[in-house]
Structures are given as structure tokens and as C-alpha cells.
Write a protein that binds this ligand. Sequence first.
Ligand code: 5GP
Ligand code: ZN
Length: 114
Amino acid sequence: MFNKDCLFCKIASGDVPSSCIYEDQLVYAFKDIAPQAPVHFLVIPKRHIDSAADINAENSRVVAHIFEIIAKLAGEQKLEGFRIVSNCGESAGQSVKHLHFHVLSGRDMTWPPG
Ligand code: 5GP
Ligand code: ZN
């Protein structure tokens, strides 16, 4: 549902402006405001889910849909390689508590992450 204190709920609803790259009934994709790679966008469910730790049998269909959309957008943008990241919890680097998947591409990336 809509969480009035959540930045990404407001972005998905259009209350806060963003650079949209894809939208449908279930998901919203937009450019990250502080890109960490030449390509860096975020894909979120429109319905609020706190983080990956809150995915369950009732809400997991949207996650499959998000991965379908990421594959579609990566194909359309002809991304040669890309990384999908979902930070879960503050110690893992989650700063916005609405489930989101980073899609990063356009530069070489190291592994493991810092
Ligand atoms: P996290 O740190 O939670 O994994 O990722 C949150 C991401 O949201 C960060 O990469 C940050 O740059 C991005 N972000 C934070 N506020 C805004 C905003 O107002 N607009 C957009 N487009 N991205 C944002
Ligand atoms: Zn939210």
C-alpha cells in the first residue's frame, strides 16, 4: 500500500518527480539521482514492501515481474553486462526502506563489493 512517509511510494505515485524509464500497473523504473555507473536505474514495486526481507508468498509475484522488466529494459538498452543489487538493511547499505533493485552497467565492476 501507499506509505505517506516513504520517498519511493511518492516517486511511484508521481508526488515526487523522477526520471521515469518504464511504468506499468505493478512496477516503476527510474534513473538513480546519484548514479554509480554510466547506466544506473532503480526498479521498484508500486505497492510498498520494506525490503527483500519482507518478500513472501503473498507479494512475491511482483518480484518475478520486476526481473522480467529488468531483462526487457536491459535488452532494449543493449546492455552488454549489468549488475542487479538490492541492499537489505542498513548494515548492507539500504538507505530507502522501500524494496528496490539497482541496475548498474556501462563500466567494469569488481567483486566482491566493499
Ligand atoms: P539504497 O542506498 O537504499 O540501496 O538505494 C537508494 C538509492 O536511491 C540510492 O542509490 C540513491 O541515490 C537513490 N535516491 C535517493 N533519493 C532519490 C531521489 O529522490 N530520486 C532518485 N531518482 N533517486 C534517489
Ligand atoms: Zn514505499
